[in-house]
Design a protein around this ligand. Structure first.
Ligand SMILES: [Zn+2]
Length: 402
C-alpha cells in the first residue's frame, strides 16, 4: 500500500515524498495503521522495491493487497501522477467501507466517480465481476487497466491472451471492434491493442499503439481508427494455413465433428477452398477457428443450394447451442447480436469474393464455386495465393468499413 493513517489519524501518502531520507525520517518518528482495517502497518523503505506499507500481520483486512508487486505499486503511483497532471484530483487507495473495497485510484470528473483498478496479477472473471458490481452499487464506474508487463508480445506482433487477459477486451461502438487498454509502469505509457485477430484459442495478431502519459485524457480514451493492412492479412493467412495443416495432423478421427462433417460433404480440410477462414471482425467472437466456423456456414449453404439469411442464421445459432462452434467469454455488449453480425458479415464477404450471389431474399453459392476443386495439396498454395491476390483489397475494405 502507498497510504496509511498516522497517530493523528491523518492519511499519509508515500507519493508525496520524493527522497528516501524523508521516508527514513518518518519511519523513525511515526507509527501507522491501515486505513481500512485499522490494524498496525509497517513502512518499508528498501533498496529495490518502491517504498510501501505492509500489515504487521495479515488477518482479516477486507481490502488488503499484501504481497503487492513492485509493478503494482509503481503503476498506482504513476497513474496517480498522470491523473494529477491532466488537472484531476485523484485519491490513491480510496477505501469504500460500505463494500469493503479499496480502489487503486479513485477520481471524479464532473458528477461521476471512477474507480481505477490497475491489474497485474491474474484474477478470475468471477472476482472481477463481483468487484465491478460492488462499485456500480455505489454509482461508481470501474475502469480496469491491465498491466502491460503482464502481457507477452512477440516481435512478430503475435500476442498471447489467457482467459484472464481476455476479460480486458472492450468493445468500442465508435470503432466497431474490440480493443485492450494496458499501461506500462516501467515506461509510463499507455499501450492500446487494436485489430485483434485470433489465430488460435489464445494467440492473436494485433496492432499496438503507444500513447504517452501526458497526452492521455480521462475518462474518454483517445482511440485511433487503425486500418487493417496487407501485412496483417498476409500474416493472418499464413497462420491459417499452418492451422489447417496441424488440424489435419492432430485430428481425433471420427470424434472430430469438423473433419467428419467435411468428409460427409466429400471435402477434406487440406483441400478446403481458400475463402473459408477469412479475416472478419466477427472472428473475435469465437474460440472456434475462423476457418472452422466459416466452413460450417459454407457447407450448409452448399447443401441447401438456396437459403435466406434467416435460415442460415438459425443453423448457425444451432451450432453455437450445440457447442460445435464455441464462443469467447467477452463482455458482449447487449446491443450487439454477435451471431447476426457474424452471419451478415460473412455473407457480405462471400458476395464480394463472388462465392455467393443474392437474388431477392435468397443466397446461392455460385456455380463455379460449387464445382471448385483444389486437386492436390501442392495446388492449394497456388489457389490461396491467387484468391488473395484477387480479393485482398475487398477483404481489407470490408473489414475497415465495419
Ligand atoms: Zn488493513
Amino acid at each position: 500500500m502507498l497510504t496509511a493513517l498516522n497517530e493523528k489519524n491523518e492519511l499519509v501518502s508515500l507519493i508525496q515524498f520524493s527522497s528516501r531520507e524523508q521516508l527514513h525520517c518518518i519511519h523513525a518518528t511515526s507509527s501507522f495503521i491501515c486505513s481500512s482495517c485499522r490494524s498496525p502497518v509497517i513502512l518499508k523503505v528498501g533498496k529495490i522495491k518502491t517504498p510501501h506499507f505492509a500489515h504487521r500481520s495479515r488477518k482479516n483486512c477486507p481490502s488488503s493487497s499484501e504481497g503487492e508487486t513492485d509493478n503494482h505499486l509503481k503503476g498506482k503511483k504513476s497513474l496517480y501522477l498522470w491523473l494529477q497532471s491532466i488537472g484531476l484530483n485523484p485519491e490513491v487507495e480510496q477505501v469504500y467501507q460500505q463494500i469493503g473495497r479499496r480502489a487503486d485510484i479513485a477520481v471524479h470528473t464532473g458528477d461521476q466517480e471512477y474507480a481505477i483498478e490497475f491489474q497485474c496479477s491474474p484474477i478470475s472473471s468471477k472476482v472481477m465481476l463481483e468487484r465491478s458490481k460492488d462499485y456500480y452499487s455505489l454509482n461508481i464506474i470501474p475502469v480496469w487497466i491491465l498491466s502491460y508487463e503482464a502481457l507477452q508480445l512477440s516481435a512478430s506482433g503475435i500476442i498471447k491472451f489467457t482467459e484472464f487477459h481476455q476479460q480486458f477486451l472492450r468493445y468500442s461502438e465508435t470503432l466497431k471492434q474490440y480493443f485492450l487498454l494496458s499501461y506500462s509502469s516501467e515506461k509510463n505509457i499507455f499501450i492500446i491493442i487494436y485489430l485483434i485477430s485470433p489465430i488460435s484459442k489464445h494467440s492473436f495478431i494485433v496492432t499496438v499503439e503507444h500513447v504517452l502519459h501526458q497526452s492521455f485524457p480521462f475518462p474518454k480514451f483517445p482511440l485511433t481508427a487503425i486500418s487493417l493492412n496487407t501485412d496483417h492479412v498476409g500474416s493472418y493467412i499464413l497462420y491459417r494455413e499452418k492451422w489447417i495443416v496441424s488440424r489435419f495432423k492432430y485430428n481425433q478421427g471420427h470424434k472430430d465433428h469438423f473433419l467428419r462433417k467435411l468428409y460427409e460433404e466429400q471435402e477434406t480440410i487440406l483441400l478446403n477452398p481458400p475463402w473459408n477462414g477469412l479475416p472478419l471482425c466477427s472472428n473475435t467472437y469465437f474460440v472456434t477457428h475462423s476457418c472452422e466456423w466459416q466452413t460450417y456456414l459454407y457447407l450448409h449453404m452448399k447443401k441447401e443450394k438456396a437459403l435466406t439469411k434467416e435460415r442460415l442464421l438459425a443453423h448457425f445459432i444451432q451450432l453455437i447451442k450445440q457447442k460445435i462452434i464455441e464462443t469467447r467469454q467477452l463482455q458482449i455488449n447487449g446491443s450487439i447480436d454477435y451471431a447476426v453480425k457474424s452471419v451478415s458479415e460473412w455473407l457480405k464477404m462471400m458476395e464480394l469474393c463472388h462465392v455467393v450471389t443474392k437474388q431477392g431474399k435468397m443466397y446461392f453459392i455460385n456455380d463455379n464455386c460449387m464445382k471448385h476443386k483444389v486437386e492436390t495439396v501442392e495446388k492449394r498454395d497456388e489457389a490461396v495465393k491467387n484468391f488473395m491476390n484477387k480479393y485482398m483489397n475487398d477483404i481489407i475494405n470490408l473489414y475497415n468499413a465495419r
